[in-house]
Design a protein around this ligand. Structure first.
Ligand code: NDP
Length: 419
């Protein structure tokens, strides 16, 4: 029995909320709060009569800490699930601390305004010290560790698929398959086709920022940064087939490098078709991916936000997306003195997701682990004061829940390796 406040009601949140409602024994009350309340009301109307979970809705601007504090005091939740955007991570963490409530999210902090001088100063120093230039990094949220410890509260960061499930795979491999993990390749393959010439599968602004940035990987204790999309490999994915994939920077590399002892290399690859890359390059070349405001006919507009308004809403891709995703981790290492390799992965079918919750598989594969992370916290399986990523908890109950809640996984011994 618990009460949860969910912030955000977009593609991922709507899946997470529907999955919570499949477990009313754990999620007895949900308050859905977002910037656009009508979306929360529409989801509530869709779910009412089909779940024993009691649902209420509220409007909130999660960039405003005072509004959040007032809302949390009114709702009195046991947990706040932040499924809005990474821009709101810090205000929501601040509000949780002020109100004494546990916190969870699916993506690490990045600022909306990358020209802010105060943020820029910290960022420039971090780029020099750490050696990667992504706008997102864990330092901002890890800085809250002591405050959460002192308050006796738990913050669980990044419980989506990647980050999230991929780290549970790593913790499970470390616990059950290997004495020592040497390398980890995280492969994110979307074999789905939505029929549009160009669309993104989750929030376009966050997605396009991520994939147009320089790539980087962790090797022998430091970051190696490369120009965007400059390392390409082909891989033959179970149930999807042969795909081109490109090395990207990704947030879980940062925490896994700290939490998997002795790991020598961690890389992240994502599949992209040629049409997606050509569109993205063109948009980048003409300045449409810029986050810096420009003056247009007397108004200030942010090019990437204008682009978002033109692109299909990821939440509407469900009915038209066919095909499967295959996301997992390839490990090399040693067990009982012998060299060993393994691939732990999930295959998810876009149309099956649509039939269950009305969404495509990218929202589904993120929303389900958000629900599972909350379930781990609310049932007392994952609670320790402080700020943690998924691999820092016992993976077994989370891995069991993946199997029963819609994202079953499998282990393949001796998989093809990525060179
Ligand atoms: P959407 O853009 O579909 O939804 C975001 C939601 O947050 C919308 O309901 C939006 O409201 C709301 N929101 C935005 N700003 C505010 C604000 N200031 N105050 C209140 N509500 C706000 O995004 P997605 O559902 O695609 O993504 C959600 C999160 O999941 C993101 O952080 C994304 O990075 C993360 N993600 C994580 C993945 C993983 O595997 N770990 C994979 C994919 C996504 P409105 O309707 O008014 O716009």
């Amino acid at each position: 029995m618990s009460k949860v406040l969910v912030i955000g009601c977009g593609g991922v949140a709507s899946v997470a909320i529907q999955k919570c409602c499949q477990h009313p024994d754990v999620f007895s009350e949900l308050c859905i709060a977002s910037r656009t309340k009508s979306k929360c009301d529409a989801l509530k109307a869709k779910l009412e009569g089909k779940t024993a979970t009691k649902i209420t809705t509220e409007q909130v601007d999660a960039d405003d800490k005072d509004q959040l504090v007032a809302l949390i005091k009114k709702v009195q939740p046991d947990l706040v699930m932040n499924i809005a955007l990474p821009y709101q991570d810090l205000t929501i963490m601040d509000a949780c601390l002020e109100c004494g409530v546990n916190y969870l999210d699916t993506a690490n902090y990045e600022p909306e305004d990358i020209t802010d001088p105060a943020w820029r100063e910290v960022y420039d120093r971090r780029c020099k010290e750490e050696g990667f230039s992504a706008y997102f990094d864990y330092s901002w949220q890890w800085a809250y560790k002591k405050k959460f410890e002192e308050a006796g509260l738990t913050a669980l960061l990044g419980t989506g698929f990647d980050p999230g499930v991929t780290q549970a795979y790593c913790a499970w491999a470390q616990k059950h398959l290997f004495d020592e993990i040497r390398t980890i390749d995280i492969l994110d393959c979307n074999g789905g086709d939505h029929g549009y010439p160009f669309a993104t599968n989750f929030n376009p602004e966050i997605n396009l920022r991520e994939v147009s940035a320089p790539g980087s990987y962790w090797e022998n204790g430091h970051w190696v940064e490369i120009p965007a999309m400059s390392i390409k490999r082909e891989y033959n994915f179970d149930q999807v087939g042969e795909k081109d994939m490109y090395l990207l920077h990704h947030e879980e590399i940062e925490s896994l490098a700290k939490n998997i002892p002795g790991v020598q290399r961690i890389r992240f690859f994502m599949t992209f078709g040629q049409s997606y890359l050509t569109h993205m390059k063109c948009l980048e070349n003409v300045g449409m991916l810029s986050t810096e405001p420009v003056e247009f006919e007397g108004h200030q507009i942010v090019p990437i936000q204008f682009l978002k308004a033109l692109l299909p809403d990821p939440a509407t891709l469900g009915p038209r997306t066919v095909g499967k995703t295959n996301i997992g981790c390839i490990f090399t290492g040693v067990k009982d003195g012998k060299e060993k390799t393994a691939y732990i992965y999930n295959v998810c079918d876009h149309q099956e997701c649509y039939r269950e919750v009305g969404s495509q598989a990218i929202s589904y594969t993120t929303g389900v682990p958000a629900m599972i992370g909350a379930m781990m916290m609310l049932t007392g399986k994952w609670t320790k004061p402080g700020v943690y990523t998924v691999e820092e908890f016992d993976p077994d109950p989370y891995m069991d829940a993946l199997n029963t809640c819609g994202l079953p996984w499998q282990v393949q011994d001796d998989p093809a390796l990525v060179d």
